[in-house]
Design a protein. Sequence first.
Length: 768
Amino acid sequence: MKYFFWICLLSILSISCSQLDNDTISKRSIIPEPQELQYHDGVFVFDGSTTIFTESEFKIASHFLRKYIEENVGWSPKEVTKDQATIVIEKSDGVPNEGYEMTISEEKIHIKASDPSGAFYAMQTLRQLLPDYLEATTRSDLMLFKIPTLSIKDAPAFRYRGMHLDVGRHFFDKEFIKEYISYLSMLKMNYFHWHLTEDQGWRIEILQYPNLIKHGAYREETLMGHYNDTPQQFDGKRYGGYYTQEDIKEVVAFAKAHNVTIIPEIEMPGHAQAAISAYPELGCTGEQVPVATKWGVFENVYCPKEETFTFLKNVLSEVMELFPGEYIHIGGDEAPKSHWKNCDDCQQLIKELGLKDEHELQSYFIKEIETFVNSKGKKIIGWDEILEGGLAPNATVMSWRGTQGAVSAAKEGHDVILTPTSHSYFDYYQADHSDEPLAIGGFLPLKKVYGFNPIPKELTNEESRFVLGAQGNVWTEYMPTEEQVEYMAFPRMLAMSEVVWSGPTEDIEKDYPGFLSRVEEFLPRMDALGINYANHLYDVTGEVIKRNDSIFYTLKTSLPKKQIGYSLNSEKETIRYSQPIPITENTEIKASVILSDTAHARVHTTRIRYHKGVESTISLNVPPHAAYSAGDKEALINGISGSNTRYGDKEWLGFWGDDLEISIDLKHTKEVSKVYTRFFHAPGQWIYSPKEIELWATNDGNTPVKVPFQSQLTEKGNLYFYELTLLEKPSNYYGTLILKVPNFGMIPKGKQGEGNKAWTFIDEIIVE
Ligand code: ACM
Ligand code: ZN
């Protein structure tokens, strides 16, 4: 050791000691980041002579480690007495719940924990200190591994650290579920919320009601493409699957060995069409309905009558028998009340019970179920709709429609779990590239997940103690395969694990680059595990900027300290990016991060059309809607056109119901012969192209006059192009152009959103 120390000290080159020193290895990325971590000099050698001692109540930890090593290299540390062992896991009451302290010296790995969870999490940290390739290969020729010496003190910020998976919309077999659970446990998450029943399929065998799987686990076909596509199309293929009770027991045992508690969700009273399809008497109409074949919210809900409660209590009894955890999730979300309104028995029940309306009837429904679940020694969790009509006395609320449900419930003294769509819905898009796989919509990039704070600002310190933690939700309407689930869940699950374990960041701009570096180091581990993660770490983004009337294009990477290379106009030469690129003519820029493994680099291509508007200044009579203003008004004259398919990018601007007046100040009087622009037209999404547009202009600050022009409208799918050709030659010299874009107006009868104002989405305004 000393020898290498002196080499390092004497070295005047900036080569790091770890490169010189065979006895030091590079630091490793640990996700979620431990609370306190100090690296020391030297290494601990992990080999055939490594032995382990575990306090008997902490066997979950040594079992995991020995099995992990054994499976990957064919040998594992022998269990010996405490004084002989090189890895000692012992009990110490001073360590916080689920926390651990770990000291790795050259001779010994010493771990202290006060409970089995903490001991187990120490093993997950140790695993991440071992080489990545251990995750994948059986290489019994490998006899030793070096791990860095260090000290860690670690404990979770929140006691509920969860991930959800919807197996109703698409079914994933038990092997995949076990894999998913193993990933949670690697990231020190402790709850798996298993969404087992849906309109589109019932997935859990219930012995007393065989039709639930025989009939309810299969649908006749499935919607293809996006729900908003017109017309909707179906694949014509029968689809389904379910877990037997034996499968469930196997998964439960696996979860237990991985320190994960499963929360089964049995949805009620809504999202129950598959069950009602299997047993039509559970609905209010008694009508035979199919297992749903498309997504959405369905009117067929459980009818609050005696036989429904008997059914649900019998189902829940079997479920509670199978799952040892204390929580049962009973759903409660998105339950339309129309069938209850039109049902004599329901209305009679409302009268008898002295309830105000159908919301109070839902509250009665949930309270009935809660009383039953509590009588078996378990607790219910429900989505935030269970607040409507009055909260069941002991319920925990899962807040998904924003954080308001959590705020209200915590103020009433109820436990809450945060899963707001804004930060927790991993079914939303994570990048705005046009080649992202089809998703439900929305936009939740990695950075936003990382920046999540599960404690709503509205809560006092006292009230915030009811916040158990947070969870990422994976709804699978648009995830037909395991690969797609992994793509949407990773790396956002890594960010969520840091939120709930390491604690929310207090300064995202300071902390996020460090997180990204940890994620980058974690990629080989995920590769070895075979996880099909999304990789946007090496994305390049660009922006047109103006400086003293000149135009430049700037490039940026999300990971700090990465070199960007670019080429211009299909030239072969790659230039290292060091400063904004001057733009003086039509230019195509191709840029990417310079990586040794080019497979990961995504090429960012931008075409800048250097039209007469690019050097202008622009003003709008109304600002764009906050949700669709990413590029601000400048996006309309930056020379860059938006996506042909996605109006949510930073080139399109969206306005809701406004008549627009867009002024483009050309600075000097210029000859203008044509003005082009395009609008998005997607009636299914309330978006309409204007019926007409007008061009007005001034010459030298005079009152604007309408310009004579010929207008041509070309419709191509969702895109409506307007081309205005100016007529009055040669006097078509103008100083300021004013494009008037009247809103389409009210959405007509029979269309989605009828009677509401239409949206206008406009792209680049090209001036020639
Ligand atoms: C939900 O997303 N319907 C809970
Ligand atoms: Zn643009």
